[in-house]
Design a protein around this ligand. Sequence first.
Ligand SMILES: Cc1cc2nc3c(=O)[nH]c(=O)nc-3n(C[C@H](O)[C@H](O)[C@H](O)COP(=O)(O)OP(=O)(O)OC[C@H]3O[C@@H](n4cnc5c(N)ncnc54)[C@H](O)[C@@H]3O)c2cc1C
Ligand code: SF4
Length: 561
Amino acid sequence: MSRPSNFPPPFSTADYVAEPTDPADERIEVGVLIVGAGPAGLACAIRLGQLLEESPDVAERLGDVPVAVIEKGKQPGSHLLSGAVVDPRALRRLFGNRLRMDDLPSYGEVPGESVYLLTRRTAMPLPPPPPMRNHGNWIFSISQLGRFLGERAEEGGTMILPETAAEKLLVSHGRVVGVRTGDKGRNRDGGELGNFEAGSDLVAKVTVLAEGTQGHLTGVALDRFDLRGEDPQVWELGVKEVWKVAKPLDRVIHTLGWPLRTAKKYREFGGSFIYPLGEDMVTIGLVVGLDYRDASLSVHDLLQELKTHPKIRKILEGGERLEWGAKTIPSGGFHSLPRRLHAPGLLLCGDGAGMVNIPRLKGIHYAIESGKLAAEAAFRALQRGETPASALSSYDDAVRDSFIWSDLYEVRNMRQVFGRGFYVGGALASAMTVSKGRIEIGKMRAEPDADQPLLDSNVSYPAPDGKLTFDKLSSVFASGNKTRDDQPNHIKIERRVPREVAELWAHMCPAQVYEVGPEESDGTVRVELAPSNCVQCGAITAKGGRLTPPEGGSGPEYTKT
Ligand SMILES: Cc1cc2nc3c(=O)[nH]c(=O)nc-3n(C[C@H](O)[C@H](O)[C@H](O)COP(=O)(O)OP(=O)(O)OC[C@H]3O[C@@H](n4cnc5c(N)ncnc54)[C@H](O)[C@@H]3O)c2cc1C
Ligand code: SF4
């Protein structure tokens, strides 16, 4: 049986760590450099703005640009995709009495909720288990929230550089001193086009990596500074759509069971969410653990199939799909957190560090809280003018004292138990939930997603009808993806692999990037690539390849996800 991890990609961390190369007077100098305009990065920028406003002397010492955020999407929000039912704790703590929840661009408080166990035709209501209770939480579009937070950060003095991908980690004398941004305007072979623009060295006193799931430089930093956690990280793939609907939905819905299979050999874990977005829209998504084994499984097509269930078809009937997108979620939890969240000159926050509570399907409030704590730690060090390697260690202490740590500890084995199958996993997860994590069931190691041996059950999905169900290419179109066709390939994979591995990638990718090519004389097949379809979901990094950031400004243009 093949395992994707037996065919590692041509990728070396060393290629993405460099000393600054621009002449000193051409480097762009900033005080604190934040990579990623997601909830974590923008919360960090907003908190720094608040602190620097109260301490103009520190702001002055940080130069003309005290805080900068770089974002690879066209604007903040373009690459943000989530549920999103948000626990408001961290937003309230970030804004204090400056803003109320009602001032944020939300779709209001969760009005009610239902959980169903699905079979192909039936939907059995279940009492919502504690992690799925959402009373007091708020519904958002995270891409809209991202744009709003970006504006608040700019009002506080942050400079946001969109369409800019951080490609290399700049390290000098063992200390992170910033990032090098990617070139723009290269052709498929790497040659320079008429509009070529070389990347730049952005140097900073403190660099905060808030890249979210499968963060490219976060992965580089974890290796370079030996920060990886006790357990490997594992991921889920979420695919979602936003629909205009004829009738308002009056509650949030979660489903378990069909179309996922419960037999242990498939190792299929996940569920769906359907959330109202005001009176005339809903969002529907399916999340599936990437430790699954069936090479023919496609989360994109499972979501299409889910919509044909009578219960769900009724919600979407007479409606129209407005947007589509996909993204991974780190799900290893507590034991997969990095050993340290800082290195000299560097802080890690949000999904990049794996701060997600997977039974609750929530990470936004941890991203925001960790961004805030990172800002406070950076500010403390800068205020004292400290430079020693340990200057940022107070961030680790603050995270350990926060609700991020206690929440993640409480659900520490929750994802791993589902490796034992849906029913045994469900029973163990319930025991842990009821005891608030006090029942010790022995630590279960997460196994890397790419280590799972593959099987192929040749599963097939209903043909798309273009109204309720869609094929992958029309979904990519609905993501607003505008990646230039002739850019260099940003996806690193082994191109000659056993057929099973090629099939896995072709079915797994929700954006139809991979095709199984011709068979070679040694029995392997060649994998053909259409990288410009990529929506940067990150699944390939979990399953044996490596996503690197393409030219800044490429990828989806999410507006409602
Ligand atoms: C389908 C799905 C449903 C979810 N549902 C919920 C939910 O209901 N509630 C909840 O609380 N959480 C939910 N989550 C999790 C939540 O979305 C994340 O925890 C949260 O978005 C993490 O925030 P972040 O700022 O760490 O990362 P992100 O939101 O991923 O933001 C990272 C940003 O960094 C940018 N970036 C990354 N690398 C680079 C680079 N090298 N250079 C420049 N820019 C870069 C990205 O483009 C992106 O804009 C869900 C996730 C998914 C995928
Ligand atoms: S190629 Fe892009 S869209 Fe496809 S799985 Fe990889 S990261 Fe996701």
